[in-house]
Unconditional design. Structure first.
Length: 285
């Protein structure tokens, strides 16, 4: 039966967690991820949209975007974890203890990188929200509901009119219609009283006769239901792939940091090192 030997630390100043290498590795991972996302944005696979007006709302693009998230997490956290493990100070102890400490350092890189990603995503979302927000001169009712970006095209179709009645303001009716249409994908769908109100709303703001307004409302309700279902499907796919990317990134950061620790201690020399004459040459054990 194996026994656990106590760990002898070479230097009392060496702590279990070393923040300097961890932060350096996390910054390197975040920078590499930013560069990779910039390249992906240029070719259109960095993100996908659930809106029907997007150039391609297919499942294939959503899966491709999700797989790209996984690839970015693997590459960036492998680099960040390796840097943290390689920069970490050496300690004396059993091989298992050293590996555990190096792996924990990689997990710390992963955690810091996740926090940086959340902060950058939040800042980007706030910037976009300020760009699309209504001007200060508009009333609070001018703000659209949260889900209108999913069914914006359906709302345009609903209130489209060649000869709109005079003095018609579509600000609040559009928000009302959006809230009604968002209930189309529920278990009960659009309730009869809400459907009747939507028909009256369309007739009053487009000048259509009641039969034509009813036909248009039913068509748009069906289209909105389909768009919301597509949005849910895309949200599930991307959320699952983002979770998978985070979990795989944690595992990759752990093993990369352990590998960096092996190279640091000379237990497993790297395959390539930078030679004295500025050339890549094979290392010698």
């Amino acid at each position: 039966m194996s026994t656990i030997e106590p760990t002898a630390v070479a230097d009392d100043r060496i702590r279990y967690v070393q923040w300097g290498p961890a932060i350096a590795g996390a910054l390197a991972a975040a920078a590499l991820a930013f560069v990779l996302h910039a390249f992906a944005a240029a070719i259109g696979i960095a993100t996908s949209s659930t809106a029907p007006t997007w150039r391609d709302a297919s499942v294939a693009l959503q899966l491709l975007s999700g797989l790209y998230l996984v690839l970015v997490a693997i590459l960036s956290l492998a680099v960040g974890g390796y840097i943290a493990g390689r920069m970490r100070s050496s300690i004396e102890g059993s091989a298992d203890e050293i590996e555990f400490r190096d792996g924990t350092q990689g997990l710390l890189v992963w955690a810091i990188a996740m926090i940086l990603t959340v902060l950058m995503s939040w800042a980007a979302a706030q910037s976009v929200a300020r760009l699309v927000a209504p001007s200060a001169g508009q009333s609070g009712s001018a703000q659209s509901v949260a889900g209108e970006n999913i069914i914006a095209f359906e709302l345009d179709r609903l209130f489209r009119a060649d000869k709109r009645p005079q003095n018609v303001d579509l600000t609040y009716p559009r928000s009302e219609a959006a809230r009604i249409l968002l209930s189309a994908a529920g278990h009960r769908g659009v309730l009869p009283e809400d459907r009747a109100y939507l028909i009256r709303l369309v007739a009053a703001n487009t000048g259509l006769a009641p039969p034509e307004a009813e036909k248009r409302a039913d068509t748009v309700i069906a289209q909105a239901r389909d768009s919301i279902r597509k949005a849910r499907r895309a949200g599930i796919i991307l959320a699952f792939m983002a979770g998978a990317a985070a979990l795989l990134g944690a595992a990759v950061a752990w093993f990369a940091s352990c590998e960096g620790g092996k190279h640091r201690d000379g237990r497993s020399p790297p395959s390539l090192v930078w030679g004295p004459r500025g050339r890549l040459s094979a290392s010698k054990p």
